[in-house]
Design a protein. Sequence first.
Length: 299
Amino acid sequence: MSLSDWQEWVVETHAQLVEPLEEWLFERGALAVSLEDNADEPLLEPGPGETPMWQNVQVTALFAGDVDLAPIKAALPQPLLAPDSKSAISAFDDRDWERVCMDDFAPLQMGPRLWICPSWIPPVDKAAVNVMLDPGLAFGTGTHATTAMCLGALDEMIEGGERIIDFGCGSGILAIAALKLGASSALGVDNDPQAITASRDNAQRNAIGADRFEVVLPDDDQLADRCASADITVANILAGPLIELADRLIGLTLPGGRLLLTGVLEAQAPQLIERYREVGLRTSNSRDGWILLVGQKPH
């Protein structure tokens, strides 16, 4: 298409209205519909079978530049919109969308030694510990506050030779970073097969073999053999699952081993500290309303 031949129409709605609004837009010629958070609401990785959605949603519909949007806009049923919904239409040039996406990511320093680098950008410091990780479908590229806090803590803790268990590994970023920092082995656990695939792919991208980084589902028999085996157990998930998994995560940690727990909001800390009182959790870091809890299993 020639320049200025695309149009975006942005409206605001609520979670329960997204599906009928999408259908209505596609029926009137929308080529694509994208959704964004409209209220700065955190959205973490869903459980099995769940479809995550913000409560307040910004909907952006893409139309060809020759479509007359004025009558379509006038006909939009108001019950499909949030009260006082903003509505804006803009035209824009054709773009190299892959380049636009790539330009949004840059190397990130996570600690004195550790950097997270997109594969298409040369490392800022070749002598540093550089984890090559591209944005993908599985959660965890280092940009979220909880991931960043875990990475910084691992940079401080790992001296060499540690055995790591990453429960809820997502992209595998935490386990991979730990291994590149000097850990001897890591076991990644996730209930999403997509995360298992992403973790293995990212390990291969970082020249980490399956002999050092195994990735399994939570019901895998290997977990039974890892009781009291981890020098560091890390879990970047949600407060609810962390409470449910307390006995399991403590059990996987060897006496004297440490636990790093996040995905926890500040208001949820007391409940987690009480549930994990055996390991003496304390708040180690906080960022953007999220906290990192660190504890140590008694000898």
